[in-house]
Write a protein that binds this ligand. Structure first.
Ligand code: SF4
Length: 700
């Protein structure tokens, strides 16, 4: 008699990377549980992970066949795969021939598997001869990437999750992990429950769920993070709580840093940040007295016109106290998406090359070209996410291929993105769901396989690489993203894409890492399937992965010393005015994911917060005659949003909050937060600002 089958996988939502056991019964029904043997989650799953199988089983919204239109005024019609990919190859070839390789671009996703990321990067940079391949990780992690590169020499998260249980002071900055990284947060909660002396400080303009176990909440004014971290640095110096031996033997830049932080008095800093002076002092004392100090951060710092500066100012706190490379300590960037880290490893961004190689270095370009057997890699940096859409707008980019992301909802200033896509000569959208708001702008729609319907690997926030099994068939004619890319490459006449399976793709990538700081040449599918997930690096001959980086205090900089950084020039935010006196910040809610194409169809998840809302302080509401539940119009320089008001003291006066998830189609027009966000980007990381736009609110 046939038996139920069990498969190991990894959750495909956030960057925590929880292990999942999927069981398929004899009728093909799927049930899930947390993998009790997985070192990340030890059997636990959050609400999103627990309900992942409903997304797989509900095929009602799935794209089933390639669809194409022959002209902009024609409707999309069903075609076969050969017709679809031959047309894509013909259009891409002709545009490249006429306008050059930089006239085409790929825009992919931190939810792509590493193998898919590797292939799209090889295809674009190696064969199409353009670096125009960027990802929605640009909206998520690129400021943290630059923060690590500038201080530690490479994009290397130094910590392991097991440092959580070894730390006694946590500074959670611009993050709400209780909702956005729940299983990691559960570990922090448990650690504090068992060790009441553990201190947690949360830095956020809103009172979030993460504040419920905080010893101190620094409810700062939006955009003032850097001032706060410098004030903490000043207090640490004044209190004598810095590690002079570490600073002198293993870092550069302390004197300039000291000079900078001493310029602003604590009193001035407290006023700018809108937090009590005493709380800054107490926080510095807690950091100064800690044996293990972890700083954790995510979008509140990254999604900012000053994202890199904010990252540097925070990482500096770990460097001046010597809290890095030892148990329970380190600067820990929480990854938003499940495989943003894997994408960075294979160089899947317009400004990166594979295996932490540097696009601006001729030697690194030559190494990559030689490995792929191509003449050269272009030295022209590719267009980043917002630049891609500007390129469509100004006509320098003619064709765009979008994979596994929904820019019509997720990009800032969404109306501009809409206008840009209308101007595009040719748009390909490759997705699993027909609910993507980007599809109406596509000339070619390609149905992709989803989680559980394809095999591959991902890397989580602690550099842990996990294998994801295929355990069910994709519906209709949907294909894995990697298979689609390989078929397209073959239609283009490119060699180098005749991989027999995903294991072969992964094996090629592993060889490419040899000799680099992220060497995983000792890793293969057999190891991952039979012995489980592993943290990089894992060079050939290694007996296991590498838990913690920099334990020898040798950093990846040219002189081996960490660089304490002073921030660059202050970048411009929009300024509140008479017309737009409020500051709008956007973010996630607990049970939804990105633009809701997956979580939006799971009833259990919709129950938590079923509709979009605006958080507004009661005194701002009273000034405008707004009651709790009133429908309000939120307006800004670029557009409007219509939602119901939620009056709460949890948000500061003068600040309002909108969730980022709701788009145009799913909730009937006006809920899209990115109607209001702007075009400010960090000048170094090119990450857009989603946390600071000016707005007005009135009763609708
Ligand atoms: Fe998935 Fe993140 Fe929840 Fe873990 S914490 S189950 S990875 S969404």
């Amino acid at each position: 008699m046939a038996k139920a089958e069990s498969y190991k996988s990894t959750c495909s939502y956030c960057g925590v990377g929880c292990g999942i056991l999927a069981e398929k019964d004899t009728k093909g029904r799927i049930t899930l549980q947390g993998d009790p043997d997985h070192p990340v989650n030890k059997g636990m799953l959050c609400s999103k992970g627990m309900n992942l199988h409903y997304v797989v089983e509900d095929k009602s919204d799935r794209l089933l066949h390639p669809q194409m239109r022959w002209g902009k005024s024609h409707p999309l019609e069903k075609v076969d795969w050969d017709t679809a990919l031959e047309r894509a190859a013909a259009v891409f070839s002709s545009i490249i021939e006429k306008h050059g390789p930089d006239s085409v671009a790929f825009y992919v996703s931190g939810q792509c598997l590493t193998e898919e990321y590797y292939l799209v990067n090889k295809l674009t940079k190696g064969y199409l001869k353009t670096n125009n391949v960027d990802t929605n990780s640009r909206l998520c992690m690129s400021s943290a990437v630059m923060g690590y590169i500038k201080t530690l020499g490479e994009d290397s998260v130094p910590i392991a999750y097991e440092d959580i249980e070894l730390a006694d002071c946590f500074l959670v900055a611009g993050a709400n992990p209780a909702w956005c990284h729940p299983i990691l947060w559960r570990r922090i909660e448990k650690h504090k429950e068992e060790n009441p002396g553990v201190k947690i400080i949360v830095v956020d303009p809103r009172v979030t769920q993460s504040c419920s176990i905080a010893d101190i909440h620094l409810q700062l004014n939006p955009g003032t993070d850097e001032v706060l971290y410098h004030a903490l640095g000043r207090c640490l110096i004044e209190q004598g709580d810095i590690n002079l031996e570490f600073i002198s033997n293993h870092t550069d830049g302390f004197e300039s840093y000291k000079e900078l932080v001493m310029k602003t008095s604590l009193k001035e800093a407290a006023k700018i940040c809108g937090v009590p002076e005493v709380d800054i002092k107490t926080t510095a004392s807690l950091i100064g007295n800690a044996n293990g100090f972890l700083s954790l951060w995510t979008m509140g710092l990254n999604q900012s016109a000053d994202g890199v500066n904010k990252n540097l100012a925070l990482i500096d706190l770990n460097l001046i106290t010597g809290h890095i490379g030892k148990p329970g300590s380190g600067p820990f960037s929480l990854t938003g998406q499940p495989n943003a880290m894997g994408g960075r490893e294979v160089g899947g961004m317009a400004t990166l090359l594979a295996c932490h190689r540097n696009l601006s270095l001729p030697k690194h370009r030559e190494e990559v070209a030689k490995f792929w057997g191509v003449d050269e890699i272009s030295e022209t940096p590719g267009k980043t996410a917002t630049q891609v859409f500007e390129g469509l707008e100004d006509g320098s980019i003619k064709a765009l291929w979008v994979i596994c992301t929904n820019p019509l909802v997720s990009m800032p200033d969404a109306r501009k993105v809409e206008a840009a896509l209308k101007k595009a000569r040719f748009v390909v959208v490759q997705d699993i769901s027909n609910k993507s708001e980007t599809i109406p702008y596509a000339d070619l729609v390609l149905p992709a396989a989803g989680w559980g319907e394809k095999e591959g690997t991902m890397t989580n926030s602690e550099r842990r690489i996990s294998h994801l099994s295929k355990f069910t068939k994709a519906p209709g004619e949907a294909l894995p993203d990697a298979e689609i890319l390989m078929r397209f490459a073959q239609k283009m006449g490119f060699s180098g894409f005749d991989f027999s399976n995903m294991e072969a793709v992964y094996s090629e990538y592993c060889q490419m890492t040899k000799g680099t700081n992220i060497d995983i040449s000792g890793l293969n599918y057999d190891y991952l399937k039979n012995r489980g997930s592993v943290q990089w690096p894992f060079p050939s001959g290694a007996q296991g992965g590498t838990r913690r980086l920099f334990t020898d205090l040798q950093f990846h900089t040219p002189n081996g010393r960490a660089q304490i950084q002073i921030s660059g020039p202050k970048n411009n935010y929009e300024k509140p005015s008479e017309n737009f006196p409020l500051i709008l910040t956007t973010g996630r809610v607990r049970d939804q994911w990105h633009t809701m194409t997956r979580t939006g169809k799971v009833n259990k998840l919709k129950k938590h917060l079923p509709s979009p809302f605006l958080e507004i302080n009661p005194s701002d509401a009273a000034e405008r005659g707004i009651a709790d539940g009133s429908t309000v119009l939120v307006s800004g320089a670029r557009g409007e949003v219509r939602v119901h008001a939620q009056l709460t003291e949890k948000i500061k006066k003068g600040v309002v909050f909108l969730p980022m998830h709701w788009g145009k189609i799913l909730q009937n027009d006006f809920a899209r937060a990115n109607n209001l966000t702007g075009n400010a980007i960090d000048p170094i990381s090119k990450q857009p600002d989603f946390k600071y736009s000016v707005a007005q609110v009135r009763l609708y």
